[in-house]
Design a protein around this ligand. Structure first.
Ligand code: FES
Ligand code: MG
Length: 597
């Protein structure tokens, strides 16, 4: 565990450090030889001994930007402003890299590296002379990974978001990253556009530096970090190229020095109340289905008992207030101009839905920070009394097919509701036949096979894509109907799977099913194409309508065949990760890591 800097309060009411953690390295009278050796190495790029022995805190900047992580790359520039803030406030800055994570480029999946970046950052913060740290976040997994590490080591830490890209535009319409790629792919599959136009649309969606400009996982997790109280108010929504971005980078640098002196640690900020605020804000902004398992992971490492139960209890009832793609129309620039996260918090406060006393990094409560926040564009952010969708949070599902899963209800389209959810006796339930795929390769190979038994009442099932089956859990549950059904007007079918989802679809997607097919004794491994499934959105259940004796026979046959098959590990980390990961319902954390609090 990190040693805490000893801090006391002077007669004048100021915080005065007795001794920083970093002084064990740089200014340790009981170990003069090793102190000299360490100083000698750190002086060789121009730092002076006087600086390192000045009694000022050493502030780390965890640099997540690189050529491999273009979504966070502008943090390399922003770090200069962070350094200036740190200097001006009386700290010494050490910038260091974290393991790269880029959502779309990392194979087999970027989620595999969330826990690797976490482990690396824990070791860095624990093993080097760092008194407090600025976490540079952006692309999807970079935010939870760094918050998890800050929770474990529990040194003062503050999030600097990189901010979203500018809005994308194509032929006078907003085109958002991710969302438009799925739509353009459907249009291409349906023959409405050619390959050149498909490329042109996708390219226009990403016009500048920054993370994805929709309310995908990146915008969601940065908003969640702010709602947790871990960044300065207003930080997350500022678009990457705006002047406010380097300005808040400077303020963040100043703030972390104040936090070091105040010894304000993640455990002071990331309390149960803070997590409840994060869950409600996530619901109100139409946040990504990756948020529940990431937030569960952060909570587990912080030692706070918040999991899927809280998403159902506190999150589900919250209405959708933000009109932003993929749930709505606008993109990151409008969210920022309408007031960003502080405006959302203020709307929720007005409805009594915020734990106002939760402390934030600036030493004030979230209530104090947001009491005077104003929504400046009612097209973009609605009041709780006039939401876009009622009860917009995730529906936590259970039943006979899995212990838990999440369903994003806010995006279920009218076409689907009319086609499926129309039984007046049971308006929120439907049945369908499973069409089962074992991994994305199997899906791509067979989805357009004319022999496939599939029609407009099918439920697409993806398995073998959980934390063990597809190490890290693949983002592949958003499957599309075969081209022949799309041409016939069936644009989407319900999907269910043990992996995750990128983007959204207009039909229900039941995601993160835990236990995954590859886990011991998972019912999902017994499912076969043609089995009937009953989905009751209202009751939060998915049931497999196959009798118990038949399932017993299948279980025996599967065990005789050596269990559910999945591809072998390709790297040491894949094998290590598979051997100690918990399921998505438990945040997909590394089990042995949880006890280090
Ligand atoms: Fe990195 Fe979207 S791919 S933020
Ligand atoms: Mg609980």
């Amino acid at each position: 565990q990190a040693t805490e800097p000893a801090v006391t309060e002077s007669a004048a009411g100021e915080y005065v450090p007795l001794r920083w953690r970093s002084q064990e390295w740089f200014d340790n009278p009981s170990e003069p030889d090793s102190t000299i050796l360490i100083l000698e190495r750190y002086l060789n790029y121009g730092l002076t001994r006087e600086e390192l022995q000045s009694g000022k805190p050493i502030i780390g900047i965890a640099q997540s930007g690189s050529d491999l992580t273009p979504c966070n790359r502008h943090h390399i520039e922003l770090a200069k402003r962070v350094r200036e803030g740190i200097r001006d406030a009386g700290g010494i800055c050490f910038e260091f890299p974290v393991h790269p994570i880029q959502e779309t480029g990392r194979r087999p999946t970027a989620a595999l590296d969330r826990n690797l970046q976490y482990l690396g950052l824990v070791e860095t913060l624990h093993g080097y002379p760092i008194d407090a740290v600025v976490l540079t976040t952006g692309c999807d997994k970079t935010t939870p990974a760094q918050l998890m590490a800050a929770a474990t080591v529990n040194v003062p830490a503050i999030v600097l978001s990189g901010g979203p890209m500018l809005n994308g535009w194509y032929r006078g319409e907003r085109v958002g990253t991710g969302t438009i790629a799925w739509q353009a792919r459907d249009d291409y599959a349906a023959g409405r556009i050619d390959k050149d136009e498909y490329w042109a649309i996708v390219k226009q969606s990403s016009p500048s530096a920054g993370h994805c400009n929709t309310m995908g996982t990146a915008s969601t997790m940065n908003a969640v970090a702010e709602a947790l109280g871990m960044s300065l108010p207003g930080c997350s929504a500022i678009p990457a190229p705006y002047q406010e971005r380097p300005s808040i980078a400077y303020q963040t640098g100043r703030q972390i020095v104040e936090m070091a002196y105040a010894d304000r640690k993640p455990s002071d900020v990331m309390t149960r109340e803070a997590f409840l605020n994060a869950i409600r804000v996530c619901s109100a902004i139409g946040g990504s289905s990756n948020a529940p398992w990431h937030l569960t992971a952060i909570a587990k490492h912080m030692g706070v008992d918040v999991g899927l139960d809280e998403w159902q209890e506190y999150g589900h009832e919250v209405p959708l207030l933000l009109d932003m793609q993929p749930a709505g129309r606008f993109l990151g620039e409008e969210f920022f101009r309408a007031g960003g996260v502080p405006a959302i918090v203020r709307e929720l406060m007005d409805a009594g839905l915020i734990e106002e006393d939760a402390l934030t990094v600036n030493g004030r409560s979230i209530g104090e920070n947001c009491r005077h926040a104003r929504t400046t564009d009612r097209e973009v952010i609605r009041p709780v009394a006039e939401p876009l969708v009622e009860q917009a949070g995730f529906r936590v599902m259970t039943g006979t097919l899995f212990d838990n899963a999440v369903l994003k209800t806010s995006v279920i389209g009218e076409e689907f509701r009319a086609r499926y959810l129309s039984d007046p006796q049971d308006p929120e339930a439907f049945e369908g036949s499973a069409v089962v795929f074992d991994g994305p390769e199997d899906y791509h190979r067979r989805i357009d096979d004319p022999e496939l038994e599939i029609d407009e009442h099918s439920i697409l099932v993806m398995r073998g894509t959980g934390p063990i089956g597809y190490p890290g859990a693949a983002e592949v549950v958003n499957m599309h109907p075969p081209a022949r059904l799309i041409r016939a007007g069936i644009e989407s079918l319900p999907c269910l799977g043990d992996g995750r989802q990128s983007g959204t679809s207009a039909s229900p997607s039941i995601l993160n099913c835990s236990p995954e097919a590859a886990a011991p004794a998972a019912p999902l491994a017994l499912l076969r194409t043609g089995d009937r499934l009953r989905v009751d959105v209202g009751k939060g259940r998915v049931d497999l309508l196959v009798d118990a004796a038949e399932l017993e026979d299948r279980r025996a046959a599967l065990e005789a065949a050596g269990g559910y098959r999945f591809p072998p590990s390709q790297t040491p980390w894949q094998e290590i990760s598979r051997s100690m990961t918990l399921q998505l319902g438990d945040g997909m954390v590394l089990e042995p890591a949880v006890k280090y609090q």
